[in-house]
Each structure stands twice: as structure tokens, then as C-alpha cells.
Design a protein around this ligand. Structure first.
Ligand code: MAN
Length: 348
């Protein structure tokens, strides 16, 4: 059952609310923001997905070269080697390419609803050989006075998780890839448990295994070990094809509450919850039988990639979780959930 209360103002951000990074491209999608508090404001670290204006009968894709300059690649749509059946990932002659190229943009707000850019806080652009197809879906965890950005790095060699730290959102320390390909959806716990740091992450296994949520531990947030699978996809359920963590787990009296996404074979993305043991977060205490939020309004059902609600950022205030989410992989929306209602839906 959908137990979320959507903002009346939804969608709160659409592609033409911000300017493209260069005149050579236009913004197709704004989606999947990381969320944090900084300077008494609410901030979104938005994924901005761009591509050039498309010519009739052709497809032009943007790629960054290793020096960070934009290059364009054009295919003829009627070329039998070209397959664009998935709007997100195209195939040519056995090679895969993303249809858009993403970077991350900072927007802030006093009220959590109206967001705008501040020229003092510039974008985070892809950098280096592991990010030539872009950077995506950044989670932001705050540990003491440092923000930890865990995000998807995409390049022809694979999709993995990168870590960047910052204290001021002006100076960034790039720590490289912390979970190698194929891996994404990494959320860091915002405090150590019994002296160790923990992360949720989502490796994908092509044959045995699948797209499952794993947990790992670390002494320093950079080196990770003792990996354990904590949630698989479930046949016949709303999360039958893939699952992945959202933002940092929320500490509650009953356990760590993780809002995660699950998709079925039709690529319908919903949100559900996992409850993990406070002392040993590799123990799953409860899991949603039904989604707590599903794409059931127009802007979540139609768009760049329809039937998607996807979150990797929220703010917690007492019992209230304000979830910011990407709808139809195209626009950004907000919704409120009650922690006690989520726990009740989990039967605890
Ligand atoms: C999936 C989707 C896309 C994303 C690619 C690469 O296909 O999540 O939106 O661009 O993976 O991460």
C-alpha cells in the first residue's frame, strides 16, 4: 500500500529549471538527488542527464574523454547493429552506451520545496577514465563534519561506486572506486557500529546470484570487507528483478530502517523498507511485503522512462522522513512518510 504523502507542488524540478552544462547539449532528465542539510538549508545533489539535440533518423550520444572534454558519437537508427529498445542504455555491435551523460548539480532551498542554484557552489563533473559515461545517483551521508558522496561511476570498463568527501561543497577529495564493477546503490551508515563503519551496496551477478543488496564493513570508510548478502530479489513480488539501497539507513528504536527500491521484470520501480538489527545490521528483522510507495500518479507513470519512483536522498525530522525522488527518470518530486507508519507496515 502506498503510504506516502506527495508534495502538492510535484514535480518540484523539471529539466528546463536549470541550464545545460554547455550549449552543445540539452537537459533530458533531472533525477535521483542526494539530499543533505548545510548552512541551515536543504540541498539536493541532482543528477543532470544531457544529450545533444537529436537529428531525424540518427542518434547522437555524448561521452567525456579522459581529459573531461565532451565528444559526440552518432549512429544511424536504421543500422541493423544499433539497438535502442531500452531508452537508458543503447547497444551498437555488442557495445553498450548510455543514451545520456550525467553530472551532479547542487541546488538549495529554504523551504525544502523551491530549489535554486547558487553560483558559489558549482557542479560536480565526471573526471578521468572511470567516468567517461558520467556520474549518477549520488548518496550523501554525513559523519561528523564531513560529507561522504557515494555515487555511480560509468565507463566502458564498467559501472562501479566512487567515493568523494567534502566539508564545504567547494573542495572535493576524490577517493576513487570503493566498490568495483558491477556495483551501484551504495549507502553509508552515518555512524560506526561497534567500532566499524558499514555500507549497503549492490553488486550484480550475471548468472548465479542477481541484483541483490549486500552489506560490508570498514575501519576507515575507504577499504571494505566482510561482504554479506542481506536482501535478494523475490520471485512473484514487486521487487522480483532487482533491489538496491536508497539513502543512509535511519536509526530507529526498532532497528536501522532502510528505504530501498525494487523493480520487477517490466522495469516498474517501487519503494519498500528493510529493518536491520541495531547491533548487527547484517541481520534483517523485517522487509516490506508490499511497496510503501509506487508509481501511481501521471508524472511517475509517463516520461523519459515511465513507471519509476526511485530515491537515494531524504531528510529525517522526528517521525517524518521527507523523501526526494526521481519520477519516470525525468523529474524530481518530494513526498513525506512517517517512520512509525513504515514500521507498522513492517509489522514491528
Ligand atoms: C541503468 C539505469 C540508467 C543508468 C545506467 C548506468 O541502466 O539506471 O539510468 O544510466 O544503469 O548506471
Amino acid at each position: 500500500m502506498d503510504i506516502s504523502r506527495r508534495f502538492q507542488q510535484n514535480p518540484i524540478l523539471v529539466p528546463n529549471n536549470v541550464a545545460p552544462s554547455t550549449p552543445a547539449v540539452k537537459i533530458e532528465c533531472l533525477l535521483n538527488p542526494g539530499v543533505f542539510r548545510f548552512n541551515n538549508k536543504t540541498w539536493l545533489l541532482v543528477r543532470v542527464a544531457e544529450r545533444p539535440e537529436q537529428e531525424e533518423g540518427k542518434t547522437t550520444l555524448p561521452i567525456y574523454n579522459e581529459e573531461g572534454q565532451l565528444e559526440l558519437l552518432t549512429f544511424n537508427n536504421d543500422d541493423p547493429k544499433f539497438d535502442d529498445s531500452d531508452k537508458r542504455v543503447f547497444e551498437y555491435d555488442g557495445e553498450h552506451y548510455l543514451s545520456t551523460l550525467s553530472h551532479l548539480r547542487l541546488l538549495s532551498s529554504e523551504d525544502g520545496i523551491h530549489f535554486s542554484e547558487d553560483p558559489a557552489y558549482g557542479p560536480v563533473f565526471p573526471l578521468g577514465a572511470q567516468e567517461t559515461f558520467g556520474i549518477e545517483d549520488c548518496r550523501v551521508s554525513q559523519i561528523e563534519d564531513t560529507y561522504y558522496l557515494t555515487y555511480t561511476k560509468v565507463s566502458p570498463t564498467g559501472v562501479g561506486v566512487g567515493l568523494i568527501t567534502t566539508k564545504d561543497w567547494k573542495n572535493y577529495d576524490r577517493k576513487g572506486m570503493i566498490f568495483p564493477a558491477h556495483n551501484k546503490d551504495c549507502a553509508l551508515f552515518e555512524e560506526p557500529i561497534n567500532g566499524k563503519y558499514f555500507a549497503l551496496h549492490r553488486p550484480s551477478s550475471p548468472s548465479i546470484g542477481g541484483n541483490y543488496i549486500w552489506i560490508a564493513e570498514s575501519p576507515d570508510l575507504e577499504h571494505w570487507g566482510n561482504h554479506q548478502c542481506i536482501a535478494t530479489s523475490r520471485k512473484g513480488y514487486w521487487d522480483s528483478a532487482r533491489v538496491g539501497a536508497g539513502a543512509a539507513p535511519i536509526k530507529t528504536e526498532k532497528g536501522w530502517l532502510e528505504i530501498y527500491h525494487g523493480a520487477d521484470e517490466n522495469h516498474r520501480y517501487c519503494l519498500g523498507a528493510l529493518l536491520l538489527d541495531l547491533n548487527d545490521p547484517s541481520k534483517v528483522l523485517a522487509r516490506s511485503e508490499e511497496p510503501i510507495m509506487e508509481p501511481n500518479v501521471e508524472y511517475e507513470q509517463t516520461g523519459f522512462f515511465g513507471n519509476v519512483v526511485f530515491t537515494n536522498g531524504h531528510l529525517v525530522d522526528g517521525d517524518k522522513v521527507t523523501v526526494y525522488y526521481g519520477a519516470s527518470d525525468e523529474v524530481i518530486c518530494g513526498a513525506e512518510l512517517s517512520i512509525s507508519e513504515i514500521l507498522k507496515s513492517l509489522g514491528v
